[in-house]
Write a protein that binds this ligand. Structure first.
Ligand SMILES: C[S@@+](CC[C@H](N)C(=O)[O-])C[C@H]1O[C@@H](n2cnc3c(N)ncnc32)[C@H](O)[C@@H]1O
Length: 787
């Protein structure tokens, strides 16, 4: 992969921390800035500027239209009978098309960089059908015209309140209609993070102009901080998660609790808007933001598509910009005139104070970490089909990616080293031992599924480190990788120390030790067949087929065990992405490997119910192996084809011991929406067999991709991204809910697949719960079986 500019570490433009794009919005601005004014704003440090689509003339025209209409209605009421007056088909006010007096926005070379603003004075939520009707027409006229002019981005003021379900539904429906008017542009709904008292929009709406009874909010009223998100959820659901619909999030003066911050983090944020009132003044009178605000902004800036920042009403204001114009207006001034003009009307120059401060914050961000390289960042929320190394032959480049992560191999080497060291300490019986002397210091080791051989190298290093004599076998079923192994063994690295076998590990006849003609057993079997959900690359099935070669009872498998874990998540971006895959009817029945990032973990950790919960576990070797018994009775090849009375139709049940089921309860104190299940795994590579000595945590060598464990167990390991099990329909849940997750690992001996279901239960009393929703049963059997 090659990256250019800011994302390429080799480039001069390479940025070591996120960049802030800062725009300027003036809520009193009624006309589009001319080129001089525009340049002046840019010269004061802003990267972009907002522009109203229509002007005061248009407002007055619409207000007059409505006034005339009210008068006309009065006249009708005098002329018509009461029955005629109630006829719902009476004429309604129609806003005629825009004229050149209504706007100063025109197609221009910089229109694409202008952020256009739809009128804030309309009221799409109004219970008065005439006002909401006019508002809808105004919005349609404006967005269609801005789209015509070439605008890429249209900010639409969001609903002013969230309490009226009717109002929000009307608003959402109007946005759905407006989306049909715009072919190229994105609509950005401007919403507050929550309804912070005294930070409401100031601009008077049509409803307020025509109705004296203003809906002032009571600053003492307890606020529900999720109502604004509720409105957004309604709007985007009505618009079917359109990928042209985004949020401009108004940052409040008081930063709310983390749950709400994380909720908005998962949404498609296009802008963060920060009003002047959000800033504080330091001792020198310069603007600053609180630490909470800084943390909030910096968190959002870590997104691959980081939001841009719009500073509201922080200057340069209309007066400053007018001054600039006045100087230009004096053409060919005399010297005296020029100096007078400069003295009297000197425009403010230099960086805007607020921009300077934001630039300072930009520099204060923590630099990108090892987990935020351009390559890794580009993988954020990008859906990949899981690898199937058993069914497919991987390419060299894929192995190279694995090999780029030293953490996994270091952990494996540590596990192998401890296993060898303890073997010696405990003098465990070994494969080359005899009845008289069960312990033989020379160990038989095998790496099954060796790929291009990095684990083989680590076994050799562990043997050298512990001074253990070993005989080493490496098995690989990928014939292409096998050529690479041969070369490595003979010419490049291993000096013919390794016996290579090109085979599926399930068909291997076992190792024949040096100086013997009969196969023996294996002391240490090393494999890495793990997927993001642990078992999803069929490690259990493959290990079943080779474990009969392990020396009993002391032979060990590295990994010793692995567990799968789940957490329900809200991930609107991924849902939108899957919904747009119209050509793929099964898009929601496939587990994806994805570097989940822009998400909200909807469950909270409470006693007995974690945010991440274990689904199931596999431990190796299996004590009693049904597959081995069956193979012994019927022969290896037969075990899949003899139909029997197994758990699945047509199967004989030889793989039934690898089926799993879990039913987990997740607790959600706040309301939200779930789009699917995030899946993770952990693995104990080796657990110490020496009694005492170590602390509990040190007894195990582990790897983990669980967000709350990875730093402790395998920091900076990038070999695995999480897995995601999507839901076909977003599942809304109220507050104080329990999400019950059922998941199955199913098998019919020849195939393995997953099934998953989410149910929502709400508490309605101290002892009683009712079911308020459920997903469909999802299954990957049709399109994403593992085999
Ligand atoms: C995830 S890769 C790991 C490769 C290598 N051990 C590493 O860590 O870079 C799994 C490897 O196991 C091989 N493999 C999978 N199933 C196998 C089987 N049943 N028998 C032999 N090799 C198998 C694949 O071809 C692949 O090379």
């Amino acid at each position: 992969m090659s990256y250019s500019g800011a994302l390429n570490p080799a480039s001069e433009d390479y940025e070591s921390r996120p960049h802030y794009y800062i725009g300027q919005h003036d809520s009193d601005r009624c006309e589009v800035l001319d080129e001089d004014q525009y340049n002046q704003v840019l010269n004061s440090g802003f990267n972009f500027v907002t522009a109203p689509i229509t002007n005061q003339h248009f407002v007055q025209r619409v207000v007059a239209l409505h006034k005339d209409f009210l008068k006309q209605r009065q006249e009708w009421s005098e002329r018509l009978t009461p029955a005629q007056r109630t006829n719902p088909s009476l004429p309604v006010p129609i806003v005629s098309t825009l004229t050149d007096e209504d706007t100063s926005l025109y197609p221009s070379h910089h229109i694409g960089s202008l952020i256009t603003y739809a009128s804030p004075w309309i009221d799409l939520c109004s219970p008065d059908p005439y006002i909401s009707g006019i508002s809808r027409q105004v919005l349609n006229l404006e967005v269609a015209y801005a789209n015509f002019c070439g605008a890429r981005t249209i900010v639409v003021p969001g609903p002013r309140q969230d309490e009226s379900g009717r109002g929000v539904a009307q608003y959402a429906r109007a946005i759905q209609e407006a989306l049909l008017q715009v072919t190229r542009a994105n609509l950005i709904i401007h919403l507050p993070m929550y309804r912070e008292p005294l930070l409401e929009e100031k601009c008077e709406t049509l409803s307020e102009i025509f109705d004296e009874s203003r809906m002032d909010t009571d600053p003492k009223k307890e606020i529900d901080i999720f109502t604004s998100w509720d409105s957004w959820h309604t709007i985007r659901s009505v618009c079917e998660y359109s990928n042209r619909l985004f949020v401009a999030l108004r940052i409040p003066r008081r930063v709310p609790e983390k749950t709400l911050q994380e909720r908005w983090f998962s949404e498609p944020l296009h802008f963060l808007t920060i009003g002047q009132a959000v800033f504080q003044s330091n001792k020198a009178g310069n603007p600053t933001l609180s630490k909470h605000h800084q943390d909030l902004i910096n968190r959002y800036m870590r997104l691959k598509n980081a939001p841009w920042i719009i500073l509201n009403d922080v200057g340069p204001n209309a007066e400053d910009l007018g001054v600039a114009l006045a100087i230009k207006a004096i053409e060919y001034p005399s010297l005296a005139e020029a100096s007078k003009a400069l003295q009297e009307r000197k425009p403010k120059s230099g960086l805007n104070d607020y921009v300077s401060y934001m630039k300072y914050l930009e520099r204060q961000q923590t630099p990108y970490t090892a987990m935020e390289t351009p390559g890794l960042t580009s993988f954020q929320d990008w859906l990949q089909s899981p690898l199937q190394p058993l069914a497919d032959n991987l390419e060299s480049a894929t192995y190279e990616v694995f090999e780029g992560d030293p953490v996994k191999y270091d952990q494996y080497q540590q596990a192998i080293t401890e296993a060898m060291a303890e073997w010696k300490i405990l003098k465990k019986p070994s494969a080359l031992g005899t009845e008289a002397e069960p312990y033989n210091p020379e160990l038989i080791c095998a790496v099954a599924g060796a790929g291009r051989g990095p684990l083989v190298t680590r076994v050799l290093r562990a043997a050298a480190a512990t001074n253990t004599k070993i005989q080493l076998w490496a098995l690989e079923k990928n014939q292409n990788a096998f050529v690479y192994l041969l070369n490595k063994n003979k010419k490049r690295e291993w000096n013919n120390q390794v016996t290579l076998v090109k085979t599926d590990m399930r068909g291997w006849a076992g190792p024949i030790p040096r100086g013997s003609t009969v196969p023996c057993k294996v002391d240490i079997l090393v494999t890495e067949l793990l997927g993001s959900f642990g078992d999803n690359e069929l490690s259990p099935e493959c290990l079943d087929g080779i474990q009969h070669h392990l020396f009993r009872p002391t032979g060990i498998s590295i990994p010793h065990s692995y567990t799968a874990h789940l957490s329900p998540i809200s991930t609107p971006r991924i849902f939108a992405e899957l919904s747009s895959r119209e050509s793929d009817p099964h898009a929601f029945e496939i587990p994806y490997v994805v570097r989940l990032f822009q998400l909200d973990f909807v469950a909270q950790k409470v006693p007995n119910h974690g945010r991440f919960q274990q689904a199931w576990e596999f431990v190796h070797p299996v004590g009693i192996n049904r597959a081995d018994e069956f193979a012994e009775e019927y022969g290896l090849g037969k075990k899949f084809v003899i139909p029997g009375g197994g758990a699945m139709y047509g199967s004989n049940g030889t793989n039934e011991h690898n089926a799993r089921h879990c039913h987990l309860t997740f607790v959600c104190p706040t309301r939200g929406v779930v789009h699917g299940l995030a899946g993770y795994f952990e693995s104990v590579l080796y657990e110490s067999q020496v009694e005492g000595g170590q602390e509990e945590g040190e007894k195990k060598v582990e790897i983990s991709i669980l967000p709350d464990q990875i730093d402790k167990k395998s920091k900076d390991m990038i070999s695995w991204f999480p897995i995601f099990f999507p839901l076909k329909k977003p599942l809304y849940f109220p507050q104080d809910t329990e999400l019950e997750v059922s998941m199955w690992r199913q098998t019919d001996d020849t195939k393995v697949w997953y099934e998953w279901l989410v149910e929502v239960y709400a508490w309605v009393g101290p002892q009683s719960r009712i079911k308020v929703g459920a997903s469909e049963m999802h299954s990957s059997k049709k399109v994403a079986c593992l085999m």
